[in-house]
Design a protein around this ligand. Structure first.
Ligand SMILES: Cc1ncc(COP(=O)(O)O)c(C=O)c1O
Length: 393
């Protein structure tokens, strides 16, 4: 008989779930063992013989599902394996995994405080701490706001949309300038999501040359800005990269921030990969100048090895998410809530339902005792004219 009810019951499901958890625990350790291969490669036709993917009319038994779970693991890529060197994974963290599993049991969605009280507060704690680390002002006051995003590409897109919103509000003074006259500059080594989301937002993208180290060429950037201005276009945003996808190059953030200041442009820093260096005493120097960015993308799921996905967009503009995104849907964000309505963070987001990605990050952060306060102090004490962080000095 098919098990149609979507509610766990002890008699029917406890043993099944216990067996599955036992398999998952074995898989966890096997997946990182040097004794085992990263992948047992099978051609697609062969794999379809091994696992019957067809959606059958008859329901499968619990035993057959457990058997399939074992095969799914056996023939999948072990991304946490020490020999897995593909595409920016950094391991399989046990505490991150624990947070991930707990997240799945909760199966909650983050938009209003009443449906996710614990995770709303946890998210706010992590965002505030990160804002402090990336942006802390001289007087010690923290500024800005942050969003957890479904991946770095989406965060880049959200940043471009914010930059356009900010430009329109501030520079354009309600004049109607077609998006296609707005120009965003990024390097030819920037992640392709920047160009992709430039298309979605219908803005012009100019790819700036890179220098011998893979960094955005500052002279080429200036030449391109001036050419676009001569054409009557509006340079509105520069997207710099802190840790390019292929070479791991760090754009010169201070020089680029100066240009943004001169031309009144939004500075977005794609630190999807390099942002993790904020936790490193030794290497955080590569992020020097990042505190001048209007927005920062940081993917803890890359360098910090937080399980997929964990991605944040931070901004120094405290109210901009609300201003740019809020629609106040009355079925969710009622005005007569019995708690502070600022806790209903959902209206700041471009999504509605949203998976909480904070728990695994928080678990890891606490288990590992990152000494971020000390690190932070060091990062901001560097003299502004110090060029020693450059590769060629
Ligand atoms: C520099 C950089 N930015 C953005 C991204 C996109 O991140 P995601 O894969 O989370 O969409 C990547 C992914 O490799 C990247 O390397």
């Amino acid at each position: 008989m098919s098990d149609w009810r979507s509610i766990p019951c002890v008699e029917r499901h406890k043993e099944f779930l216990e067996n599955l958890i036992a398999i998952l625990i074995d898989c966890t350790f096997e997946s990182v063992s040097r004794e085992n291969p990263v992948l047992r490669w099978r051609e697609p036709g062969h794999l379809q013989d091994i696992i019957n993917f067809n959606l059958q009319e008859e329901s499968r038994t619990q035993d057959s599902l457990l058997e399939i779970a074992t095969k799914v693991f056996k023939y999948s890529v072990k991304t946490g394996h020490p020999y897995f060197m593909n595409q920016l994974f950094s391991g399989l963290d046990p505490y991150g995994l624990a947070g991930q599993w707990l997240t799945d049991v909760l199966n909650c969605s983050l938009y209003t405080y009443e449906v996710a009280p614990v995770l709303t507060l946890m998210e706010s704690t992590v965002i505030t701490k990160l804002l402090n680390m990336f942006y802390k002002e001289e007087n010690g006051a923290s500024i800005g706001d942050g969003l957890f995003c479904p991946g770095g590409s989406f965060a880049n897109g959200t940043a471009i949309n914010l930059a356009r919103f900010w430009f329109r509000k501030r520079i354009q003074n309600n004049k109607t300038i077609p998006s296609t006259n707005l120009v965003l500059f990024t390097s030819e080594d920037a992640h392709y999501s920047v160009s992709k989301w430039g298309n979605v937002c219908d803005v012009e993208i100019v790819l700036v040359k890179t220098d011998e180290y893979g960094r955005m060429d500052i002279n080429d950037l200036k030449v391109n800005i001036s050419e676009e201005q001569k054409k009557g276009n509006y340079p509105f945003c520069i997207t710099a990269t802190a840790g390019t996808t292929v070479l791991g190059a760090f754009d010169l953030l201070i020089e680029i921030a100066d240009i943004c200041q001169e031309f009144d442009m939004w500075l977005h820093v794609d630190a999807a990969w390099g942002g993790g260096l904020i936790f490193s005493k030794k290497h955080s120097v590569l992020l020097r100048g990042i505190q001048r960015a209007d927005s920062i993308l940081f993917n803890p799921h890359k360098l910090l090895a937080v399980p997929q996905q964990c991605s944040l967009l931070l901004t120094k503009h405290k109210n901009i998410f609300k201003e740019a995104h809020s629609k106040q849907a009355p079925y969710l964000f009622q005005k007569d809530k019995f708690y502070c309505r600022d806790l209903d963070v959902g209206d700041k987001y471009l999504q509605c339902g949203r998976r909480p990605d904070v728990l695994k990050f928080w678990f890891m952060w606490q288990a590992k005792k990152y000494s971020f306060l000390k690190l932070h102090a060091r990062f901001h004490m560097l003299p502004t004219q110090d060029k020693s962080y450059l590769y060629d000095t």
